[in-house]
Design a protein around this ligand. Structure first.
Ligand SMILES: *[C@@H]1O[C@H](CO)[C@@H](O)[C@H](O)[C@H]1NC(C)=O
Ligand SMILES: *[C@@H]1O[C@H](CO)[C@@H](O)[C@H](O)[C@H]1NC(C)=O
Ligand SMILES: *[C@@H]1O[C@H](CO)[C@@H](O)[C@H](O)[C@H]1NC(C)=O
Ligand SMILES: *[C@@H]1O[C@H](CO)[C@@H](O)[C@H](O)[C@H]1NC(C)=O
Ligand SMILES: *[C@@H]1O[C@H](CO)[C@@H](O)[C@H](O)[C@H]1NC(C)=O
Ligand SMILES: *[C@@H]1O[C@H](CO)[C@@H](O)[C@H](O)[C@H]1NC(C)=O
Ligand SMILES: *[C@@H]1O[C@H](CO)[C@@H](O)[C@H](O)[C@H]1NC(C)=O
Ligand SMILES: *[C@@H]1O[C@H](CO)[C@@H](O)[C@H](O)[C@H]1NC(C)=O
Ligand SMILES: *[C@@H]1O[C@H](CO)[C@@H](O)[C@H](O)[C@H]1NC(C)=O
Ligand SMILES: *[C@@H]1O[C@H](CO)[C@@H](O)[C@H](O)[C@H]1NC(C)=O
Ligand SMILES: *[C@@H]1O[C@H](CO)[C@@H](O)[C@H](O)[C@H]1NC(C)=O
Ligand SMILES: *[C@@H]1O[C@H](CO)[C@@H](O)[C@H](O)[C@H]1NC(C)=O
Length: 847
């Protein structure tokens, strides 16, 4: 039997070799290599993206039972016939790379590129079996877990790219053994720890890319041991301390990107630079904590074509803008928000003949009548520049693509010529005092604008006609009135429409293109029902709060599975309480406050029996709001390509009243923090235990209701909680000691309840004002005057509880027989911008 197989094999391989002789391009495919490839292919299932035609074959689908060395993406060594390269970019491979994967039998692989597949799983340490690897590229493969230390055994590795995965933890020390490494790319992951010192030993390194990770601490002072480094990018980490001057001593350095970190101190850029200062072409230092003057010696870096210094804090000092004029190669210059009192004469920049991207936002500029800037300019940002007259020099900027002149003092009409600038696609004129548009009614429609932000001006009717190419339009905070123009319905590319804070009236348009994803018409005077057909399944954010809409909530919302933000508050909706909304798994914010939601017995009964709850809120009510239970990062770049500079995709804002403080919170690219505000309703029964599932919660406001029963000790699990307000209810029993352990809890209010017993120990609790505990039945201990007398209170507490339990069951019975329970309920999650200053501002508003 074996013999027969052997001879078959022999015949087969002879046949193969004949084939390969007849066609010189072919190599001899060794059976073990072919089998390994074949098995490797079968370890994954193919799931093509939506945009791909279903009959299009992916790389591995094209593999046929022929010479494997001729397969797509496979290369063999012509002498040995071993597979040495496997190149399967975006081949729709789905499934984890197992530690026993047959891939690891291709022991002679020198190049492995699996970029953009879905290998959701860890990187197995058996990767080190591929000892001959020189290039390993697993960019964007949805991998997670730690980077295995066995990587250090791949001693021939020259290129390692593990970017855009969810790798966590620290880089393994063994990375320091990869002495041949020239390119190390670990961008956009979740790596932590200090700057990996092992890298300093890798003297062949050409490029280091650690962008957007969670690295922290100082950079080592001896960076210059990386003597061949050309590109060093650590943007978007938390590195701190001063920038080591040794970085500037690396003669080969061309790209240095240190932006969006926490570097501080004065920095003498260009003072101690190496012998060939013209090598450095790109320097970005934006959004750090640099303080002090910007040294004029920067003018020595004559090779710079990209220079970004935004948010350098000169402490209201002077900036010598003329030092930038020596940098003749500059294409990109961002000097926004330098906190300077210098005024810059724009004509200075007329000598930079390659300039294409200029950002001077936040600096007062002087614009002369005769000013002319190089026509190479494509992106111009002059936001908050104290400009009073529409700049005429723009007329000659025939390449201008993106213009931001928001937050200035420009009055009157927007000149007609603006719309005929041939390249202009992105226009932001928000926060000025414009009142209208010069020219005929279709002046904007005739030009092809993609993004148009005219918000916060004094524009009045007629509403401008927009072109079909419009993707983003914001006209909020103006004086538009009348019906919402039906012409908007025909804009087939419209993705975002913001018309909030105007005086639109009439009914809600029965249209809106089926693909709209952000629709904000808050604070107008729309009335009538919300038409079912206006609900697009692509909606991510729908805000129609503060109108006069009535009738029922559109049931078609149930199909909006990607909806994240829904504000229907402050209208006249008269409907049963929409428990069904909890099936929208991506919903982050729901505002239903101030409407006429009520629960007919039947549907409440249904929810009662399903959820076994006592009182009005089912005890596991919050268990179904799954999206809230974990942090969600939204980093949306869909529209970045339209805007010259990073612009937020959309804003969600929610007015939240907290202790009389009205806050308008606007998030852009944000991390979610969450708030539940059910204050000022007539909610009864227990505080639902399941609230503790909402781990991200930072504000919980249940004040001014009729909640009874005890404060659940599970609240102690909300470790991120910063503000807790349970005042003005009928809560009884004691304050659970677990709350004393919440270290971030800065503000709390238990006043006006029937609480008894000692106030728990804990620095946060004890530092509260005594008014936070006032008007209760028997609280004692710091910060109250009353000292705790020991046993008596506790006894009283238990007695109280027994009474309460009885009342509670009565309430439950009563509720079950009352035909309808009215309630207006707000459950809102507030988005905070991920920038720490935002966070602090909001934090201060609470305290
Ligand atoms: C690899 O291991 C998995 C279990 O981890 C097993 O199901 C699979 O059959 C193994 N594959 C091979 C080729 O041994
Ligand atoms: C990747 O695979 C995982 C698990 O198989 C799956 O949950 C996820 O949706 C996939 N991602 C994409 C983008 O297809
Ligand atoms: C590298 O290989 C050696 C010998 O094969 C082995 O002993 C060692 O544990 C490996 N190192 C790592 C980090 O896997
Ligand atoms: C760098 O290499 C030297 C010798 O090759 C070794 O002694 C040292 O521990 C290494 N340093 C790091 C941080 O890996
Ligand atoms: C660089 O400095 C660090 C301490 O900052 C030291 O541990 C390391 O050995 C030095 N590496 C080289 C290559 O000089
Ligand atoms: C510049 O380098 C010299 C010696 O190389 C050093 O003494 C001096 O302190 C450095 N100056 C700055 C500003 O880094
Ligand atoms: C700018 O354009 C205007 C009219 O379009 C023209 O008169 C003027 O000469 C141009 N200026 C420069 C500097 O090109
Ligand atoms: C916009 O596109 C729609 C549908 O393709 C078309 O009916 C309408 O006439 C177009 N409008 C303009 C102004 O081109
Ligand atoms: C809003 O429009 C109504 C008519 O629809 C008008 O009576 C009212 O004065 C307008 N309000 C403002 C502030 O313009
Ligand atoms: C949701 O979508 C499905 C399929 O498109 C449709 O049949 C159903 O009527 C929709 N539901 C509602 C409530 O509109
Ligand atoms: C709500 O609608 C019902 C009929 O569906 C009506 O009986 C009731 O009066 C309305 N409630 C309010 C407050 O308008
Ligand atoms: C327009 O400018 C304002 C103020 O600078 C900014 O808040 C807004 O996000 C910008 N709009 C767009 C669409 O980028």
């Amino acid at each position: 039997m074996m013999k027969i197989i052997w001879s078959l094999c022999l015949i087969f391989s002879l046949f193969n070799s004949i084939l390969s002789f007849s066609s010189p391009a072919n190599h001899l495919c060794l059976p073990d290599q072919r089998d390994a490839l074949w098995e490797f292919k079968s370890e994954f299932y193919i799931q093509k993206p939506d945009w791909m035609e279903s009959d299009t074959k992916t790389t591995t689908e094209k593999w046929k039972n022929t010479d494997c060395c001729s397969w797509d993406g496979v290369s063999c060594d012509p002498k040995t016939g071993k597979v040495v390269e496997l190149f399967l970019w975006a081949s729709s491979l789905n499934g984890p790379l197992r530690s026993n994967s047959s891939l690891f039998r291709l022991k002679h692989l020198q190049r492995l590129e699996l970029t953009s597949n879905n290998l959701s799983g860890t990187l197995p340490s058996s990767i080190s079996n591929l000892k001959h690897l020189k290039v390993l590229n697993l960019r964007g493969c949805d991998m997670f877990g730690k980077i295995p230390s066995s990587l250090g055994n791949l001693s021939h590795l020259t290129n390692l790219d593990l970017s855009e995965n969810d790798f966590t933890g620290e880089l393994p020390d063994s990375i320091g053994s990869l002495t041949q490494l020239t390119e190390l790319q670990l961008a956009v992951a979740k790596l932590t720890g200090k700057f990996p010192l092992q890298l300093l030993n890798l003297s062949e390194l050409n490029g280091i890319d650690l962008r957007f990770n969670h690295f922290q601490g100082m950079l080592p002072s001896n960076m210059s041991s990386l003597s061949k480094l050309a590109s060093f990018d650590i943007t978007g980490n938390s590195f701190s301390g001063s920038v080591p001057s040794s970085l500037f001593l690396i003669p080969s350095l061309m790209i240095l990107a240190l932006g969006k970190n926490d570097f501080n101190g004065p920095l003498e850029i260009g003072y101690n630079i190496s012998s060939s200062p013209s090598t450095l072409g790109s320097l970005s230092l934006e959004e750090n904590s640099f303080i002090g003057p910007i040294s004029g010696s920067i003018s020595k870096l004559v090779g710079l074509w990209y220079l970004v210094l935004s948010f350098w804090n000169t402490e209201k000092g002077m900036v010598d803008f003329s030092s930038f004029l020596h940098l003749k190669s500059l294409k990109t210059l961002h000097l926004s928000y330098l906190n300077t009192r210098s005024i810059v004469d724009l004509s200075l920049f007329s000598h930079l003949m390659s300039l294409s991207d200029l950002d001077l936002s936040g600096i007062t500029v002087k614009i002369s009548e005769t000013l002319s800037l190089p026509s190479t300019i494509e992106t111009l940002a002059l936001s908050s520049c104290n400009i009073a007259v529409f700049p005429k020099f723009l007329q000659n900027l025939t390449s201008l693509y993106s213009l931001d002149i928001s937050v200035n003092r420009i009055e009157g009409q927007v000149p007609e010529w603006l719309w005929s600038l041939p390249a202009l696609r992105y226009v932001n004129i928000s926060q000025n005092v414009f009142s209208g548009f010069e020219g005929s009614a279709d002046v904007i429609q005739r030009s092809e604008k993609v993004m148009l932000d005219i918000s916060s001006n004094t524009f009045q009717d007629p509403f401008p006609l927009l072109s079909n190419s419009t993707v983003y339009f914001s006209g909020s905070n103006n004086r538009f009135s009348g019906e919402i123009p039906r012409a908007l319905c025909e804009l087939v590319n419209l993705d975002t429409l913001v018309l909030s804070n105007n005086n639109f009236s009439g009914s809600f348009p029965r249209c809106f293109n089926a693909r709209i994803s952000v629709l904000h018409i808050q604070n107008n005077s729309l009335s009538g029902v919300f038409p079912e057909e206006s609900v697009s399944v692509y909606l991510r954010s729908l805000d129609v709060g503060r109108n006069r809409l009535s009738g029922k909530l559109p049931k078609s919302l149930i199909n909006c599975t990607i909806l994240e933000f829904l504000n229907m508050g402050d209208n006249n909706f008269n409907d049963t309480f929409p428990f069904w909304l909890s099936s929208l798994a991506n919903l982050q914010i729901l505002v239903l406050r101030s409407n006429k939601f009520h629960g007919p017995l039947s549907s409440l009964m249904f929810d009662i029996s399903e959820n076994h709850f006592t009182g009005v809120l089912p005890s596991d009510y919050f268990a179904s709001w799954s999206a809230m239970s974990s942090a969600v990062d939204i980093v949306d770049s869909t529209l970045f390509k339209y805007a010259g500079r990073s612009s937020p995709y959309y804003h969600n804002s929610v007015g939240l009243t907290n202790k009389g403080l009205k806050m308008e919170l606007v998030g852009s690219v944000f991390t979610m923090y969450k708030t539940i505000d059910v204050s000022g309703n007539r909610l009864e029964g227990d505080v639902p235990e399941s609230i503790c599932l909402l781990k991200e919660l930072i504000v919980l406001n249940m004040s001014n209701n009729a909640f009874t029963g005890r404060i659940p000790s599970s609240l102690g699990k909300l470790s991120n909680l910063q503000s807790l307000d349970l005042s003005q209810n009928g809560l009884s029993g004691g304050i659970p000691p677990e709350l004393g352990k919440l270290t971030f809890l800065a503000r709390m209010n238990f006043s006006h309840n029937r609480l008894v017993g000692p106030i728990p120990q804990g620095t946060q609790i004890q530092s509260q004002n005594s008014s936070s505990f006032a008007e209760n039945h028997g609280l004692c201990g710091v910060p109250l005057q009353e000292t705790c007398g020991g046993k008596e209170e506790e006894e009283e507490a238990t007695k109280e509880e027994e009474e309460e339990d009885q009342t509670l069951s009565w309430i439950a019975v009563v509720i079950a027989y009352v035909p309808s329970v009215f309630c207006g309920l707000t459950i809102s999650h507030i988005l905070f911008s991920c920038k720490p200053d935002w966070f602090m501002r909001i934090f201060h508003s609470f305290t």
